[in-house]
Design a protein around this ligand. Structure first.
Ligand SMILES: *Cc1c(COP(=O)(O)O)cnc(C)c1O
Length: 360
C-alpha cells in the first residue's frame, strides 16, 4: 500500500561518483524532503562520497542543508562541515544551534547587520558572505560588501569561508554576472578566494576556473547530483482496489454520475504524498505550462489527466486525489491491473513524500 521510490543502487551510485568526479569541490545539497530520498539518506551518501575521494579525486568535506532545522538530521550521519543555505537571522534556529555540531556549522550571512550581530555573539563563527545576484532573493549589494570588508578587517574575523552566489536557472548570462560579482568582491577587499556557486554548467565552471586561476570555485549541487540520472529511479504505486462501474452509476466523494463505463481503480498516493492534479513536467516555460494545462485539463467528459500510468498509458483521475489514495478511471477495453499490482507514477521528486525508498 505504498508510494514507493525504487532506486537502481548500482546505477545511482555510479552517477553520484561521476558527478563528484566532474565537479571538484562539490558541495552536495541535502535539503527539504531530501529530493525524495530524505535528508538522512543523502547525508549518509555524502559521507560515502567523501570516503571515495581517492576514486573521484575530490574530498567532500562540506554538505549544505536548507535550514537550521535540517541540521540535526544531517549532522548525525555525516562528519564534515554543514553549510546552512538559508541566511542567518538573529532569531529562531539560527541562534539555537546545538553545541554538539555547532563547530561544524557554516552560516550564510546576507546582511551587514547580521555579520555584526553573529560575530558579536561568537567572534569565531564560521560563515560565507552571500552577494545579491539577479535572483534578488538574499544577499549583499556592492555597497554593503565594501562595509563588510571594513568590518572583517577591523574585527580581524577568522571565520570567513568564502563568498556565496545563488544564480537563477538556465540563463545565458551567468558568466558575465559571476565575473562582475567576483570583481566587486575583490574591489571590496574581501580576503577570501573561495566562491560557492549554484546552477553553473560544467563549461561555465571550466571557463570561470580558467578566468580566476587563483580562486577555488565550489559548486553547490542538488538536483543534478541526486536526480541527474532519472533512469536509475522508478516510482510506483500499488493498486488497492478495482470496481467495475457502468455509465450513470454514482461514485466518489460527491456522488458524481459516471459519464462512461469502465473501471474505477483505487491506487496508493494522494495529496499527503504530494500527488497533485497537474502532472509534473520539468519544463516550466509559460508555453509549456499552458500546454500542460490544456492537455491536463479535462477530457471530453470532465476527467483530468493523472500522473499515474498503466501499461505505458497515462490514466485519468476519476476525481481529485484523496489524502492517501487516488481514484483513476480505466475505460472499457483497457486492461485492469490486479489488486496488489504496481503501476508507474510520474512525480516531482522535490515535492513528494514516499512511503518507502528502496535502494537495490
Ligand atoms: C537549493 C539550492 C541549491 C541547489 O539547487 P539544485 O537546483 O537542487 O541543484 C544551491 N544553492 C542554493 C542557495 C540553494 O538554495
Amino acid at each position: 500500500m505504498t508510494l514507493r521510490l525504487t532506486v537502481d543502487g548500482e546505477r545511482w551510485r555510479r552517477h553520484l561518483l561521476a558527478t563528484a568526479t566532474a565537479h571538484p569541490g562539490i558541495v552536495p545539497v541535502c535539503k527539504g524532503n531530501g529530493y525524495g530520498f530524505t535528508i538522512g539518506r543523502l547525508a549518509r551518501r555524502v559521507q560515502w562520497l567523501h570516503e571515495h575521494a581517492e576514486q573521484t579525486g575530490t574530498p567532500v568535506d562540506m554538505l549544505a542543508v536548507g535550514t537550521y532545522r535540517e541540521l540535526a538530521e544531517a549532522a548525525t550521519r555525516y562528519d564534515g562541515d554543514l553549510l546552512v543555505l538559508t541566511p542567518w537571522r538573529p532569531v529562531g534556529g539560527a541562534v539555537e544551534v546545538p553545541e554538539a555540531h555547532g563547530h561544524r556549522v557554516v552560516h550564510t550571512i546576507s546582511r551587514l547587520e547580521d555579520l555584526r550581530d553573529l560575530t558579536d555573539r561568537d567572534p569565531r563563527a564560521r560563515f560565507v558572505l552571500e552577494q545579491l545576484t539577479s535572483m534578488r532573493r538574499h544577499g549583499m549589494t556592492r555597497r554593503e560588501l565594501v562595509e563588510a570588508g571594513h568590518l572583517l578587517a577591523e574585527r580581524r574575523l577568522p571565520g570567513l569561508q568564502g563568498m556565496a552566489l545563488h544564480l537563477p536557472l538556465n540563463t545565458s548570462s551567468h558568466l558575465g554576472e559571476v565575473t562582475r560579482l567576483i570583481n566587486d568582491m575583490v574591489a571590496a577587499g574581501i580576503g577570501t578566494r573561495t566562491v560557492f556557486v549554484s546552477h553553473l554548467t560544467r563549461d561555465e565552471l571550466t571557463t570561470l576556473r580558467a578566468t580566476y586561476p587563483d580562486f577555488t570555485i565550489r559548486p553547490r549541487i542538488g538536483t543534478d547530483l541526486w536526480l541527474g540520472d532519472r533512469g536509475a529511479l522508478q516510482v510506483s504505486s500499488t493498486v488497492l482496489d478495482a470496481h467495475p462501474i457502468e455509465r450513470g452509476e454514482a461514485f466518489g466523494y460527491r456522488g458524481r454520475s459516471m459519464p462512461k463505463s469502465g473501471h474505477l481503480l483505487v491506487v496508493s498516493g494522494g495529496t499527503a504524498h504530494g500527488i497533485g492534479l497537474e502532472a509534473p513536467t520539468g519544463d516550466q516555460s509559460i508555453r509549456a505550462r499552458a500546454a500542460t494545462l490544456a492537455r491536463g485539463g479535462m477530457d471530453a467528459v470532465g476527467f483530468v489527466r493523472s500522473p499515474f500510468s498503466i501499461d505505458g498509458k497515462q490514466r485519468l483521475f476519476a476525481e481529485p486525489p484523496h489524502m492517501q489514495a487516488s481514484m483513476l478511471f480505466v475505460p472499457s477495453g483497457a486492461r485492469v491491473p490486479a489488486v496488489g499490482e504496481d503501476i508507474d507514477v510520474r512525480v516531482r521528486f522535490t515535492a513528494t513524500d514516499f512511503d518507502s525508498v528502496v535502494v537495490t
